[in-house]
Design a binder for this molecule. Structure first.
Ligand SMILES: [Mg+2]
Length: 341
């Protein structure tokens, strides 16, 4: 790839980036111009570093493009905004294939397409390892931003998206229980959805603005695990979130095939609320679902399901924990430390 000039490389990339809904002037000039009809814009950034956030032997350029886009788009959606434009800075070692880079561009563009966003510009540099830095912008469309700090006692805790799927996929790859090809687009088999969910997470992006419109009092995307991110929201709001184990039952059940593939299923019909599935649901990250709180009388928007309630701190030791499951501090179980809960 080193034999291509930056201009030649950009000539291969630009055609892969369709114009977005808010693009007034796309790539090709010194800077892009993006509409901000609201008069404000939401902005966030995230960086992916090879061998820290992804491995090239597991993730194709396309996979990393989807992942880099989704983690930024989810942050925009979590504010209640509609993503509009991404700028992407790329550090590429000479060992990278051109197809890896064009795959990355395709992945970025495809992850943006459903919400009408696109990549409007960026920068390219050589370097020792692959680095993908994405900055995303979004439009609030006249709504107030939904922060982490607005949850009130009595609110309903709700989640949109999947829980634990990405962690299960990572565990399968890590253990050699699934090959990266198991998660290739269109692949079948019992582990396909988990590996795909790790390589190319989805995020219910439309649910963010819908939550804002429905009166969500607080919201964030679950990037570092349900307990950890719920704890962030609880601390920012000065409340305690009490999750209901029964509400997370379907999430546990959905992960059973992954646990079975690792030889650690739910003990032949035993209590699934122990073991790997629980660790994945409570502590697995990178699913990029949306966790939000709603006033008790607000109808939940499509995609959200109730998983708990907000209560005021009452002076009990649980106040420090900030997140309880059925009123108790979530106990650490198998796999817990591994996933950094
Ligand atoms: Mg986030």
């Amino acid at each position: 790839m080193c034999d291509l000039s930056e201009t030649e490389l950009l000539d291969r990339i630009f055609p892969l980036l369709p114009p977005g809904r808010a693009t007034l002037l796309g790539p090709g000039d010194d800077a892009a111009v993006v509409a901000a009809p609201d008069g404000r814009f939401v902005v966030t950034t995230d960086v992916l570093v090879e061998d820290r956030h992804f491995r090239r032997r597991w993730s194709s350029g396309y996979d990393v493009g989807v992942r880099a886009a989704v983690q930024n788009l989810a942050d925009v959606a979590a504010m209640g905004a509609v993503p509009t434009a991404l700028v992407v800075s790329l550090v590429v070692p000479g060992t990278a294939e051109l197809s890896w880079v064009t795959g990355l561009a395709r992945g970025l563009a495809e992850a943006c397409a459903p919400v009408g966003a696109t990549v409007v510009g960026g920068d390219l540099s050589g370097g020792d390892s692959l680095v993908v830095a994405v900055t995303a912008h979004g439009d609030l469309e006249g709504r107030d931003p939904v922060t982490r700090s607005g949850a009130r006692a009595g609110d309903v805790v709700a989640h949109a998206g999947v829980l634990g799927v990405s962690a299960a996929g990572l565990a399968l790859l890590d253990a050699g229980a699934a090959a990266p090809g198991a998660g290739a687009p269109g692949a079948g088999g019992p582990t396909a959805s988990f590996v795909a969910g790790y390589l190319r997470p989805g995020s219910p992006l439309a649910a963010g603005p819908a939550a804002a419109s429905a009166g969500a009092t607080a919201m964030l995307d679950v990037s570092d695990g349900l307990l950890r991110d719920a704890g962030r929201l609880a601390r920012a709001s000065g409340v305690v979130l009490d999750l209901r184990a029964a509400a997370l039952g379907p999430d546990l059940a959905a992960l059973a095939p992954a646990a079975r593939a690792l030889g650690a299923g739910a003990d032949g019909g035993g209590d699934a609320w122990t073991g790997m599935e629980r660790a994945w649901v409570l502590s697995g990250g990178e699913d990029h679902g949306l966790l939000a709180t709603f006033p008790p009388d607000a109808p939940l928007p499509a995609g959200f399901r109730p998983i708990g309630t907000v209560r005021a701190p009452d002076g009990s030791p649980h106040d420090d924990v900030r997140v309880t499951v059925d009123g108790a501090a979530p106990s650490t179980g198998p796999g817990w430390d591994h996933f950094g809960g």
